[in-house]
Design a protein. Structure first.
Length: 204
């Protein structure tokens, strides 16, 4: 049985649905009936390798990280998700194959889940949601390609400054050693970089 959807849904969800595919208020209310509430405690693992991602998750409250382990059991962070972001493993969700990712809550988090069966039913009820989903996947794909290109060719300073420009809120909520992992540098290197940039004279 589905849990009741609370009234304090992040306003960004409605804005996105209106902006990209013109959701009406009644369509939005119908959309919300397909969602299921999931609470994930800080440090709790929401998804782990070998499991199948049966839902795509909208972050209504909280902060999570998605990561893998390399051959030396070192964590490599792929991305973070805070309010008004979606997180999961799309390949596992679509093809129902085991994921390779860990998804862990960095704060007590509230997720709204759209299961695979609910996704199919929703797309039948409101076909424009499929358009929204496809556009979201496309935007995420381009963002990933951009990040991979920067990871290959960008300097640590360039990667740090881009993250500061595009997602400055992460630095207020996420431990620096996780940000270092995301940037592909050691925590000590990140500390030195931040110190150097702080002491760097500002251009007039």
């Amino acid at each position: 049985m589905k849990a009741a959807i609370p009234t304090n849904i992040h306003p960004g969800l409605l804005r996105s649905l209106q902006q990209f595919v013109g959701f009406t208020q009644s369509e939005y209310e119908l959309f919300c009936t397909f969602l299921e509430v999931c609470h994930v405690k800080k440090k709790e693992i929401y998804l782990q390798p070998g499991k199948i991602s049966h839902a795509t998750a909208y972050v209504n409250k909280g902060c999570l990280r998605r990561y893998i382990l390399d051959d030396h059991a070192k964590e490599i962070i792929v991305n973070f998700a805070i309010e008004d972001w979606w997180i999961g493993d799309l390949e596992s969700f679509v093809h129902q194959t085991p994921t390779i990712y860990y998804i862990q809550a960095l704060e007590d988090s509230e997720l709204f889940l759209l299961t695979r069966s609910s996704f199919s039913a929703l797309c039948e009820e409101i076909p424009k949601y499929k358009t929204f989903h496809d556009e979201k996947v496309q935007r995420n794909h381009y963002t990933t390609l951009k990040r991979l290109a920067l990871a290959k060719s960008g300097t640590p300073e360039e990667k740090y400054l881009l993250l500061m420009k595009e997602q400055p809120q992460l630095f207020q909520r996420i431990p620096l050693h996780y940000i270092a992992s995301y940037l592909g540098i050691e925590p000590e290197s990140l500390s030195r970089l931040r110190k150097r940039l702080t002491e760097k004279p500002q251009k007039s």
